[in-house]
Design a protein around this ligand. Sequence first.
Ligand SMILES: Nc1ncnc2c1ncn2[C@@H]1O[C@H](COP(=O)(O)OP(=O)(O)OP(=O)(O)O)[C@@H](O)[C@H]1O
Length: 757
Amino acid sequence: MDTDVTLSNRPAGAQDDAVRAEQPYISRLYERLDLLRERTAARLAELYKQRGGTHQAVWDREAFVARDVERLERLGTVDRGLCFGRLDFDGRATSYIGRIGLSDDDYETMLVDWRAPAAEPFYRATAAAPGDLVRRRHIQTRRREVLAVDDEVFDQDALPAGSAGTLRGEAALLASLTANRTGRMSDIVATIQAEQDRIIRSPLAGVLVVQGGPGTGKTVAALHRAAYLLYTHRDRLSEKGVLVVGPNRTFLHYIDQVLPSLGETGVVLSTVGQLVPGVEPTGAEPDETAVVKGDPRMAEVIATAVRDRQRVPREEQVLRVDRTELVLDAATCRSARTKARRSRRPHNAARRVFVRTLLDELAEQHARRLGEVIDEEDLAELRGELQSEPDVAAVMDELWPSLTPQQLVADLFADPKRLAAAARRLDPAERELLARDDAAWTPADVPLLDEAAEALGPVDDPDAAARAEREREEAEVRYAQELLDQLDLDVPVDPALVAERYRGSPTHRSVVDRASADREWSYGHVIVDEAQELSPMAWRMVMRRAPGRSMTVVGDIAQTGAAAGARSWGQVLEPFVPGRWRQETLTVNYRTPTEVMDAAAGALRAIDPDLVPPESVRSTGRSPAAVRVEPDGLTGAVVELATEEADAVASGRVAVIVPAARLNELHAAIAADVPATVSRVENPEALDATVTVLTVGQVKGLEFDSVLVVEPAEMLRESSHGATDLYVALTRPTQRLGLAHTGDLPDMLQGAAVERR
Ligand SMILES: Nc1ncnc2c1ncn2[C@@H]1O[C@H](COP(=O)(O)OP(=O)(O)OP(=O)(O)O)[C@@H](O)[C@H]1O
């Protein structure tokens, strides 16, 4: 593939003419955008001032407010690169392609949304199949000025005299690929490639797997797919929302600007560990424990643990009530339990059946003892009284306790007897790994808590409704305030007034707010990134969020780092959608230059000799550099190299990827010397720093201008999937790769880098 494509091969003068010729139209588009913003803001300010009216009038007004708020948000995010393309068709028709669609006051289209069917030729037309397209033009702008145009001509004869040229569409792509990284992923609307476009516009229904090597644009294509689906199926998806699941918070921070820059905000971004509201997994544990927790047998363990909490007493229970004694025998309890289980409700809801059955029995017994004949009304009253008797309440809690998921799982892992009873299919060594006292929840616990939440259902709590109402009101006030902050209206609007308007009209609380607070939310579409890392139990949890099974599953089996992760897509998906998933493969590496991919080839072969690396779209002419140092000089050398790299990338970003055991020491040393280094990569601001020190587990999905890999041999030894770790680390740079090592380089890296000193 070409390595040095110029902006165009048209003479400089002709290029300037073309740039000048485009400017007036681009300026008109921005004028139109400004006008629409002004009009929408003014209408919104007017709507905010209005109050009262019939119920219908209020409702209609709220709908207009919601529509205009959304419109204003969208118009506010599309300034950068508003228009990036132009299509000239046979017969002289021309369309401009941009981030959003714009029309003039006569409804004439001025700009076609990149997701509209009319924009497809911009991404799909080829020289072999141009349709009636004669020229595709990429337009590069900075702020509101046209910087360059880059043409592909499909039919020289059809163009007006003097405007022909054999131009290619790679200039804009290469300009974007070689630009310094900023720590945040950018959108690629202007340069989506044909194989990515196929994925982005693939139909909504069913499960689509996107397999591809490092840097093939899986993440970025999946995010553009979310924007495309929201645009094309807005009716269906705007109320249900789209969920994007990523590997960690830093990664989510890295990608969180992409959808807003495409004008889409109805998307929830979450890690697997954040999918159960109210649980913050801050603990860590050995790989072997995570593997057991992720094993599909754990579903049965949780189900059994729940059933084991529904007990029948061995002996008669004697309860003191009102100076009399009531008796519950085992047979009565057993039949109440059978009845409750047959209700097929979750544990906490079925508890009501169990309790009611036993209270009926106790109430009748009590009435008999008193020698009274009582009617149904008295019986109901008596049941209520009995329920609050301490002895009765205690026995109910003993036999069928109300349980939260946290209580169930904590009790299970804290008690070897409980665990042995529930986890018969695990062997003793596996059970031992699960034993836990008061440690914090780990990411692998979250799918277990979710499984438990499904089996238990919500706890019956008389205060819950009031609490939920209070929380809802508070959230609405917060939402209204945020909204006003974002809208930045010229006209002053009282936030309290807006808050009051929102109160009681839950339809206007954003889907993102409602969905992220609700464990049982059913999303219209779910995207799972770095999907190879999910355990079978995590898949069960994610699948619950996508009951319609409309999903995009994105990943690379060769990069599986989690011990409980996937070995093949079939193994992952067949249990949920047997024979009903489709796969697309991406083959071109946009991130990593050829020289770096060559260096990573040995690591890929070590993972699996049959795996084929993606083809790099460019080369830099710069070989990776290795530096061998004495063991006691490693820290000093790493600091020196990190400083050099920070200078080399200027305003770009450097990653120093280190073995986990060296993270603290090396970070401290680099932080003392190189300003703006961040160690806790979990901290979302980590990527704002020039130099980031991280382990291979933290670097998944990210990219940097320059990457320094420290002690690769140690990385290999540190984990059972060391070759994969090394492959991931080596494939992060967009420009420069360096290695710092003390002993010999591992065999798989021999000859991969030029030894510097
Ligand atoms: N069509 C494109 N135009 C411009 N840049 C692109 C294009 N496709 C991919 N890129 C860029 O290539 C880089 C890699 O993309 P991305 O992170 O989506 O790859 P990936 O396949 O998810 O990689 P990995 O598996 O290593 O995480 C990003 O900087 C992305 O913006």
